[in-house]
Design a protein around this ligand. Structure first.
Ligand code: PAF
Length: 283
């Protein structure tokens, strides 16, 4: 019989549980999530297992990274199904604090990331987002004290922000980005895909298709600006409201004019119906 992971709800219980893990050596890997786990998250867990003896998954829908107009209230919460999946993967512990445990009365400190967090991508449309993410992720790192933390490359700007934050704050852990898991038709897995109607789901893979074609064209030497304009037009024609389609330096996320400017990452965010999707691809 497989053991259910221990579920920890308070910082005190988490600390008690982590002490023997740390003493046993060979590492602790943390997979931070907001639950509603899909195959992309489970890949992170499997990769965590390869790197560390103990795997901790956090499940916390973090209110500080949602604007009042966003879907904090309706964000999918599937704790029982999540636990079943994590039990099958032999996860050691699930850190699932309440909002009051994470942000107790009087909480008054925030982490304010700059650099990639102000690249004019997600931050332009969700100005509150990276402050909320950086604050909660720095708390998760301090609480669990992992040797490794694994994040999906689907949230590419988030991965860059968290990697830089860990470096800047001298946090003694390695942040690892894991490639995006996709449906057969290219759609990046996301907990928000459940919001898509059948018709929206049918056009959703357009984003990946445009990224792929654009990356090939830029690699062949076509001008980036023209490729981005045509890609944007294809996305709009498919029925999306486009927030951005951009070619950026893969590390700094600064704008690039040509392939000579360094490794390039294409990033896109667009709304179909009420659902906002993001994706990205290396050139
Ligand atoms: O990517 C997510 O699920 C969240 O932004 C994270 C990293 C768990 C922080 O709440």
């Amino acid at each position: 019989m497989t053991n259910r992971p221990q579920v920890l709800r308070t910082v005190a219980a988490l600390r008690r549980a982590m002490t023997p893990y740390r003493k046993a050596g060979r590492g602790i890997a943390l997979v931070p999530t907001m639950g509603a786990l899909h195959a992309g998250h489970l890949k992170l867990v499997a990769e965590a297992r390869k790197r560390a003896r103990r795997v901790v998954v956090s499940i916390f829908v973090n209110p500080t990274q949602f604007a009042p107009t966003e879907d904090f209230g309706s964000y999918p919460r599937t704790f029982d199904a999540d636990m079943k999946a994590l039990t099958a993967l032999k996860v050691d512990a699930v850190w699932a604090p309440t909002v009051a445990e994470m942000y107790p009365e009087g909480f008054a400190t925030r982490v304010a990331p700059e650099g990639a967090a102000l690249a004019g991508l997600e931050d332009k449309f969700r100005p509150h987002f990276f402050g909320g993410v950086a604050t909660v992720v720095s708390k998760l790192f301090t609480q669990v004290q992992p040797d490794f933390a694994l994040f999906g490359q689907k949230d590419y700007q988030q991965l860059r922000v968290v990697t830089q934050m860990a470096k800047d704050l001298d946090l003694p852990l390695k942040v690892i980005g894991i490639p995006t898991v996709r449906e057969k038709d290219g759609l990046a897995l996301s907990s928000r895909n459940v919001y898509l109607s059948q018709a929206e789901r049918a056009v959703a893979p357009t984003l990946h298709r445009v990224l792929k074609t654009s990356a090939q064209r830029i690699k062949r030497g076509e001008p980036i600006e023209m490729v981005m304009e045509e890609g944007a037009s294809d996305i709009r024609h498919a029925g999306f409201t486009l927030d951005y389609l951009e070619a950026r330096h893969a590390l700094s996320l600064k704008p690039v004019a040509s392939v000579k400017d360094g490794p390039i990452r294409l990033l896109v965010a667009a709304k179909i119906g009420k659902t906002r999707l993001i994706d990205n691809l290396a050139v």
